[in-house]
Design a protein around this ligand. Structure first.
Ligand SMILES: [Zn+2]
Length: 239
């Protein structure tokens, strides 16, 4: 029994899912976001994309990841999934055109209430989310992205969680969801099942996703402004 537990998953049965947030110009990073680890510079981001490209990585869409989870698709080589949280306008303005040059695909998880409230100019607009050829847009909940007094999700009834899904489905695809701060609870998992969510993403677990993982609680690696190239490589080559 111990031998079984110590056996590492075979490489084809694991995949690194990377989670980024906001990417800004190097000047803006230095002037405005120097101490904010969730905001990274374009040059740091490009170094990582360049590495993936040089190493021959393929980036999977969430539909491809789901097919793999279902046993309907196999990895043919080095594979990674790129995700971006919160839904910043940069996803459409700079990240998608940049990924296109590398032949990469990614998903941005958008906070629906930030899209519908047009005073938040750093967030995506409906118009910017129309083209999903490179960047696809999925759910980061409509308005549960708050943890000032504990996780907002934990303070909502099942009915309120359903209401949040009803609003978010007007804004983005809800087949895929990244839980705010990677935090999920039993009520949320129940509502995800009701709405036939295919995959749910947590955060900060710093481990590869296994084919056998719960579809609604997949781990992701957090990539921040403090993630060195050494630790980035280590995430990709854990097994
Ligand atoms: Zn978030």
């Amino acid at each position: 029994m111990m031998i079984h537990l110590l056996t590492k998953p075979r490489n084809e049965d694991v995949i690194p899912i990377l989670g980024f947030h906001e990417i800004v110009s190097d000047e803006e990073k230095d002037s405005t976001y120097a101490s904010n680890m969730w905001v990274d510079s374009r040059s740091n981001f490009l170094e990582k994309m360049e590495y993936l490209h040089d190493q021959g990585y393929t980036t999977w869409t969430l539909d491809e990841l789901y097919a793999w989870k279902q046993g309907k698709k196999e990895k043919l080589g080095k594979t990674v999934v790129l995700t971006f949280d919160d839904g910043y306008a940069s996803s459409s303005e700079w990240i998608a055109p940049t990924l296109k040059k590398y032949g990469f695909h990614a998903t941005t998880f958008v906070i629906g209430s930030m899209v519908t409230d047009t005073k938040h100019t750093v967030y995506l607009t409906y118009d910017q989310m129309k083209d999903q050829s490179i960047m696809q847009y999925a759910s980061h909940t409509f308005a549960l992205h708050d943890q000032d007094n504990g996780f907002l999700m934990d303070q909502k009834s099942i009915g309120q969680l359903r209401e949040d899904f009803e609003k978010q489905k007007q804004v983005s695809d809800i087949s895929y969801i990244a839980y705010p701060y990677g935090h999920v609870n039993e009520s949320m998992l129940k509502v995800c099942k009701e709405y036939q969510v295919k995959l749910g993403f947590c955060y900060h677990e710093n481990k590869m996703a296994k084919r056998s993982d719960d579809d609604l609680q997949l781990p992701r690696f957090a990539i921040t402004a403090t993630t060195s190239m050494d630790s980035f490589r280590a995430m990709l080559e854990q097994y």
